[in-house]
Design a protein around this ligand. Structure first.
Ligand code: XMP
Length: 512
């Protein structure tokens, strides 16, 4: 496997994803990781990521210098290359102008790192400082118009630097370059697959849990379902799942989850019907943050009560934590920026902190798309694997104003029609999320010669890569028309449908 030392680049996760897509396992580690830790875990190569700092800043992040003499191949990317140059005796200068975006890279030496690549590559740059003199033993491997040393290498020591970002899709053949490093230079074997992941996690889970019983908190989404399927394979009857129905699920979701787990997976399911409690808890609440916080709190209370009952029987609790959460919380505090709270997020991951269980998180080294592949390998139905994301607080944050059982029913019906039309038109997978939002206003209409005064529903449909930004999905008019006609005809109490045409930012995906 490969170690990626993280200097805080926004692209670090992309480096990891690129490597794993080539079936080589890698881990993102703090840049301060010591050589002895790297050796203990037998990493075959080290990548120094880019980062927002300049090597000229006071306290700019550094790594353990011992790695340079370790005989483990190293690839420094952007800041990583500048650091290599500086620490090994070369010279870096503050660039008089920044270079962002596309550039042409000319290969001076197409062996090793650049083997099999075209002599001229279209690349993506994002830097200010640049290397002007290489350390001893290094030779220039490539240049751009503005950057005379855009790549350098010491073949004997197997240490390489590139000023550009091979991990972004804008760099043509960047993946081939990464493969040259991990497969040819580090000699990793491309053996890391969903199947091999499943086999090794089954072993790990069995070793850790032994004959104890495990409780798994389910949300019905892909992560917790995959955890449950994996545990079922590892420990069979010793697994029990808990699903808390807070009353804000999509139409028939509770039933669907019961059926999936009891009939299809044949897993013991504790179904907690907490609908009344949640409705009582947010009765009269209209402020979005108050709604979110109260739902999050109540979720924890219900879970604690259930856990108290079950803890003596179940020493372990399984959660669907994913790798990005782990990387972010273990990230380099000195280089990461504190994010402003836009919304209080709540999901199954937000369980009580002082819980008495021992926690197991079998997916905490995987990215979302890897979880999907593992899920498919475990025979979880495709329909579930490729479900659009659904927020923890559910329809409650898509009902603007007070949430009542009646308003939930109206929205469930409208939402089910949106999903049905989008699926029938073959658009479901290309859209990040498509859903209905119930507005707190009524409008006048005329149906069957009668005046109506009913609810308004907004349709939100967006495309996105990661939900950080989103664009309005350009649904064809006839699709919008079908959604609108069906909702108005089939859902009593709705007489008007509007389409939300705001992107994120400035709007968010959910309305609350
Ligand atoms: P926003 O509305 O912030 O949403 O643009 C970004 C993505 O996150 C989902 N979302 C949530 N997911 N718990 C979750 O698990 C939450 O509390 C929550 N709030 C929003 C949202 O559906 C979108 O995909």
């Amino acid at each position: 496997m490969i170690a990626i030392l993280d200097f805080g680049s926004q692209y670090t996760k992309l480096i990891a994803k690129n490597i794993r897509e080539s079936n080589v396992y890698c881990e993102v580690l703090p840049h301060t990781t010591s050589l002895s830790d790297i050796k203990d875990k037998n990493y075959k190569g080290i990548i120094l990521s880019g980062g927002p700092s300049s090597v000229f800043e006071n306290n700019s992040p550094r790594c353990d210098k011992n790695i340079y003499d370790s005989n483990i191949p190293i690839l420094g990317i952007c800041y990583g290359m500048q650091l290599l140059a500086l620490e090994l005796g070369g010279e870096v200068i503050k660039g008089d102008k920044h270079e962002y975006g596309h550039s042409n890279f000319y290969i001076d030496n197409n062996f090793d790192l650049f083997e099999g690549l075209w002599l001229e590559m279209s690349i993506w740059m994002s830097h200010g400082d640049k290397v002007v003199r290489m350390p001893e033993g290094f030779q220039r491997l490539g240049h751009t118009e503005n950057c005379p040393i855009a790549s350098m290498g010491n073949k004997e020591k197997k240490i390489f630097g590139i000023q550009f970002h091979p991990e972004v899709t804008h760099t043509h053949k960047g993946k081939d370059l990464i493969n040259n490093f991990i497969l040819n230079i580090c000699k990793c074997k491309a053996e890391w697959t969903p199947k091999s992941f499943i086999n090794s996690s089954l072993n790990n889970i069995q070793r850790e849990v032994d004959n104890s019983r495990v409780l798994c908190a389910l949300s019905g989404g892909v992560d917790s379902t995959t955890v449950a399927a994996l545990l079922k394979k590892a420990i069979g009857k010793n697994l029990t799942c808990v699903f808390i129905d807070q009353g804000f699920m999509r139409k028939n979701e509770g039933e669907r989850i019961k059926e999936l787990f009891t009939k299809f997976f044949k897993i013991d399911l504790i179904y907690v019907d907490a609908r009344q409690r949640f409705f009582d808890k947010i009765k009269g609440v209209t402020d979005p943050e108050e709604k979110r916080k109260k739902i999050g709190e109540e979720f924890i209370r219900v879970f604690e009560e259930k856990a108290e009952e079950l803890n003596s029987e179940y020493p372990y609790l399984a959660q669907g934590t994913l790798y990005p959460d782990v990387i972010e919380s273990a990230g380099n505090k000195d280089v990461s920026l504190a994010a402003t709270t836009i919304k209080s997020h709540h999901n199954v991951g937000g369980l009580p902190k002082d819980i008495k269980f021992k926690i197991i998180e079998p997916l905490n080294k995987l990215f979302k798309d890897e979880v999907r592949k593992v899920g498919l390998e475990l025979d979880i139905p495709e329909e579930l694997i490729f479900r659009q994301p659904f927020p923890g607080p559910g329809l409650a944050i898509r009902i603007i104003g007070e949430v009542t059982p009646d308003r939930v029913r109206v929205l469930q019906d409208a939402d089910a029609i949106v999903t049905d039309v989008i699926k029938k038109r073959g658009l479901y997978r290309s859209i990040w999320q498509a859903f209905a939002v119930l507005l707190p206003i009524k409008s006048v209409g005329v149906q069957g010669d009668k005046r109506t005064y009913s609810h308004v529903v907004a349709i939100r449909a967006v495309t996105s890569e990661d939900a950080m930004t989103a664009k309005v999905a350009e649904l064809p008019y006839d699709v919008l028309n079908e959604i609108s006609t069906r909702i108005i005809n089939e859902v009593l109490d709705i007489n008007r449908v509007v389409f939300d045409i705001s992107s994120k930012p400035p709007a968010t995906i959910e309305w609350e």
